[in-house]
Structures are given as structure tokens and as C-alpha cells.
Ligand binder design. Structure first.
Ligand SMILES: Cc1cc2nc3c(=O)[nH]c(=O)nc-3n(C[C@H](O)[C@H](O)[C@H](O)COP(=O)(O)OP(=O)(O)OC[C@H]3O[C@@H](n4cnc5c(N)ncnc54)[C@H](O)[C@@H]3O)c2cc1C
Length: 303
């Protein structure tokens, strides 16, 4: 009979690295080395939190008390590309950018529009990362995960519940994602990748410390002249810009003047400064347009 897997080493008072580079740490952090060790973590603590690349995450200054799991062991970063079928199987902790470059080199099309989105594959699949140049939901074939009972599950794409910048993959730890890409011409995929990256460099503050878009693009309840019609999903950045939010500050954090849906931070910033600025921007847009902006950035608070 096989032995049940033991828990990995639990690090105490560990920092939580995020792209914002602010906020508290984890009272306890685990880096499982296998799915079995991950299952043991979930079985011991079903309400654990999963850390990806920390690119869309804001951790409050007090940090978090739940066990935080990070899938950065090589066991969760494997990438297997089948050039002839276009099927790509990769670990939930795989680096999305490296994966995109590998797919493009293999002549596979379908993910190159996601270049410039810092993420693990698991984080991207959970958030349904994407934008004007496509979203990961377009190419996800199935997701392998561990549920809160510590069991392995496979979710086919039709059961994932993908929608704008969200999925139904709550309460799961994504361990592997299978993508279905389109075999084709490596040169065509490479030039699209370059084109997307060039456009992002012009329109986003890529060198600053940010989390990408802070707010979800809202659906309008009523027509707003110069913005959009009722029931239309419109750019949160455009609303913030038109309301005069560019350059608004709270402590050392500012609404980007390059893209109004980005908040840029300095080394001295605290999570509370960003949270305050988020509220200021929400109030500005509410007062000007009667639109409620919801956050896209995931906020972790001590419960
Ligand atoms: C410069 C910049 C540009 C960006 N541009 C874009 C963009 O164009 N489009 C876009 O959509 N986003 C963009 N983002 C935001 C971010 O890159 C995406 O949301 C990305 O999907 C986050 O992935 P992550 O691995 O960093 O997840 P994290 O930020 O670490 O976590 C985000 C959420 O995903 C969950 N999660 C992470 N890994 C797993 C897993 N294995 N299983 C289950 N849940 C998991 C976390 O628990 C958390 O709830 C940008 C961010 C930056 C900093």
C-alpha cells in the first residue's frame, strides 16, 4: 500500500512577492514538490490561498493567516508541446511568457496575443487573462486541479464557466492546463507577438510597479455620451481618464498618466495607500458617471 504524502516544509513569516511589491507576508507558506504534497496541503488546510506570479494581487499590510501555497517547484512548471497536433500541456506554475515564446517557436498560434501579461499558467487560467488581443479561455481545452477535499479533478473547457476576466475555477488549485493551439507558420506567430508587444509598450506603463488593470471594465446601466451605450462593456481606463483621474495620488501611489486603469507605486508605498487610491478612483467615477467600478486586482486581507 502506498504511503500518504507528507506535508512539504512550511516556511513561517514568509514574504509574498507581488508585482506591486507592497503589503504583508504569509504566516505560513508551502512549496509542494508534487501533486501528492499539494493534496496533503489542501487536506490539512482546505481554505489555503494559491499564489501565482503575484501579478494581479494586492496583499494588505497585515499579510494573511491562511497557508499560502506556491507552485514554483519544477514539478509544476513542465511544458510539453506537440507541434503537429497543437496540444500543449503545461504545469499550473509554468511561466506564461516563456510558454508563449516556446509555442511561437514551435509555430503554434493562439497564445501570442497574451504576450506582456505576467502570469503563471494557473493564474492566467483562473483569471481568464486577456484583453484586446485575445483571452486564455479561447485556447484552454481542459484544466487539471485539486479540489478542497484534496482530490484530483479534471475540468473540461465547457464546464469551466469562462466569462470576461473570470472563471468558475474557484476553490481549486490548478495544477496543469491543456491548451489547444493552431499549428501554422512560426514567422506569422512571431510577427503577431512583436506587434502586440509594441502596442502594449506604447499604451501601458510596463516599466512601473503595477498590477495591470486595477478595475474590471464595467457594463453601463445607461448611455453615457462619449463613452458607450446602455448594456455595453466599456473601458474603465477611459472612464477614469474622462473623469479626470489620471495622475490622482494617495501617498506615493498614482493613477498612471499612460493608462488610467493602472496604479503605479513607489518602493515606499503601503498596501493601504493603494487601497485608498482605489476608493478615491471609485468615488470619482461614481460621482461623475454613476458607475460602480469593481476591482479586477485580487485583494488578500487577514480574515
Ligand atoms: C504589467 C502588467 C500587465 C498586465 N496585463 C494584463 C493583461 O493584459 N490582461 C490581463 O488579464 N491581466 C493583466 N495583468 C494582470 C495579471 O498579469 C493577470 O491577472 C494574471 O493572470 C495573474 O496571474 P498570476 O499567476 O500572477 O496570479 P496571481 O496574481 O498570483 O493570483 C491571481 C489570482 O489567481 C489565483 N491563482 C493563481 N494561481 C493559481 C492556481 N494555480 N490555481 C488556482 N488559482 C490560482 C490566486 O489565488 C489569485 O486569486 C497584468 C499585470 C501586470 C503587472
Amino acid at each position: 500500500m502506498s504511503q500518504p504524502a507528507t506535508l512539504p516544509v512550511i516556511e513561517e513569516n514568509a514574504p509574498i512577492p507581488t508585482w506591486f511589491n507592497v503589503g504583508g507576508g504569509a504566516d505560513r507558506l508551502a512549496r509542494p514538490a508534487s501533486v501528492e504534497e499539494l493534496c496533503a496541503c489542501v487536506a490539512a488546510e482546505p481554505d489555503l490561498r494559491v499564489l501565482g506570479e503575484g501579478a494581479n494581487l494586492l496583499v494588505d499590510d497585515d499579510g494573511v493567516g491562511e497557508l499560502v501555497v506556491r507552485l514554483d517547484h519544477p514539478a509544476f512548471r513542465t511544458v510539453d508541446i506537440n507541434e503537429s497536433t497543437g496540444i500543449v500541456r503545461a504545469g499550473g506554475g509554468a511561466d506564461l511568457s516563456k510558454l508563449i515564446h516556446a509555442c511561437v517557436r514551435a509555430g503554434l498560434a493562439g497564445v501570442e496575443g497574451l504576450i506582456g501579461v505576467p502570469a503563471t499558467l494557473g493564474g492566467a487560467a483562473f483569471m481568464n487573462a486577456g484583453g484586446a488581443y485575445g483571452q486564455i479561455a479561447d485556447v484552454v481545452h481542459e484544466v487539471h486541479a485539486v479540489n478542497t477535499a484534496g482530490e484530483r479533478v479534471v475540468i473540461p473547457r465547457e464546464s469551466i464557466g469562462y466569462a470576461y476576466r473570470t472563471s468558475g475555477l474557484f476553490d481549486l488549485v490548478i495544477t496543469e492546463v491543456q491548451l489547444q493551439l493552431e499549428p501554422g507558420d512560426p514567422e506569422a506567430a512571431r510577427s503577431r507577438l512583436k506587434e502586440v508587444m509594441a502596442k502594449k509598450k506604447l499604451t501601458q506603463p510596463l516599466a512601473a510597479k503595477t498590477c495591470g488593470c486595477v478595475f474590471r471594465n464595467p457594463v453601463l446601466r445607461a448611455d453615457i455620451e462619449g463613452v458607450g451605450a446602455a448594456h455595453e462593456r466599456v473601458s474603465a481606463g477611459k472612464l477614469i481618464d474622462l473623469a479626470g483621474g489620471k495622475g490622482m495620488t494617495a501617498g506615493p501611489c498614482a493613477v498612471s498618466t499612460t493608462h488610467a486603469n493602472f496604479i503605479e507605486t513607489a518602493d515606499t508605498a503601503k498596501a493601504s495607500d493603494i487601497l485608498r487610491l482605489i476608493e478615491q478612483v471609485q468615488k470619482l467615477v461614481h460621482d461623475r458617471y454613476d458607475v460602480e467600478l469593481e476591482t479586477e486586482v485580487v485583494v488578500w486581507r487577514r480574515s
